[in-house]
Design a binder for this molecule. Sequence first.
Ligand code: C2O
Ligand code: CU
Length: 462
Amino acid sequence: MALMTRRRFHQTLLGTTAFLCAPRIGRADTPADLVARAGRARLAPAGYPETEVWAYDGSVPGPTLRVARGARVSRRLVNDLPQASSVHWHGIRIDNVMDGVAGLTQGAVEPGADFLYDFTVPDAGTYWYHPHNRSWEQMARGLYGALIVDEAEGAPDVDIDEVLLLDDWRLTEDAQIAGGFGNMHDWAHAGRIGNWITVNGDGAWSRTVQHGARMRLRLVNTANARIFSLEARGLEGWVVALDGMPLETPRPLGQLALAPAQRADLIVDVVAGDGEEAMLVSFERDGGYAIAAFNVDGVARAERLPAAGPLPPNPVAALGSLETARRAELLMEGGAMGGMRGAMMNGRMMDMRDMASAGKVWAFNGMADMPDAPLIQADRGETVRISITNDTAWPHAMHLHGHHFRKVGTDGTVGPLRDTLLMNRGETADIAFVADNPGDWLLHCHMLEHSAGGMMTWLRVA
Ligand code: C2O
Ligand code: CU
């Protein structure tokens, strides 16, 4: 289906596809297009040229898609890029055929072709969408957008609900996107770390707020590889959801690490005084950045509101026994300053130098390319437990498709539901989830140069 031209696609839609899908998705009304194409964005300040980007509907970020929980999302990707592409709906637990992984769940959508994405959203929260074909280049060029699913009931009472997509661009001196996407130095180190940070495509994002106002801030890290380390100034509140999923107990906002692809929903009150400025800042090895500024003008209320309560839970199945869970182990190796000498590629053992010239620098369980067999095959409804060891000198952001998991502590306690886990160098972590979404699902590092460089595997839920 993916390789067809638009005209043939329409014909097919009226025939087999519409027939097969009809009972589930209802009558095929006309879906809106989501056009992946070249565009321009004002990323850098006035005085610099606009940046030539690739973007959904030509704008960075792409359109924010916003629906109620249980509603249907219907968007036809039209590929006007010079490369094949696809759309992955990150973190949302949908049908496998709609997951958008080129080469696994669909063919890549060639230039000039299109693909209809049509699914219902089971969970409320903050999600996002991005290409899943050459994503290390396509996302670095600006292809991403937010998918916000509103609570059907019990949404928190806030004055302001703001989506903040954080990105890290590598720009040239005339504010154009730097090339070198296949740079093996980046791939073997921290990934493509940039030199220009934006929020919603703006290098100096700000808005006006009133003192005492309560805001829900939906943070999304869309960067290829940068880990943000966030703190608030003049804002006080709680983290109420991670990776879209509500925390059973909101936790006070202190320092918040946001790895690539992770999201955090905050509920914060503006405590900075009238005329002052509140801020989100990020402290990293290469410096401190003001991420977003809130200029306080006026007073919404003088007294603090009561503490934020939890968001209504999403219908995620409770974990079964961790003792009898189906188990797998995943060893992450490779990269610069690691001990890996080589790995299997195309069915034979290769040393690091030959691997690098073939574009691979990492391995999962000793294999640098996507394995033919799944890491694990689970029966539908089974609890799965995967022990992951990061035997590299770098942090990684491990993302599982189609499911949310919990990190299992050494004492057997479990953490919040997540779809992307930040693992530090040398760390071992167990994740557990109920494999209740049938299909073939990726498990990979979301530092995009790392996944392309060998950190990718998959599992099957039958
Ligand atoms: Cu955000 Cu495999 O993706
Ligand atoms: Cu990684």
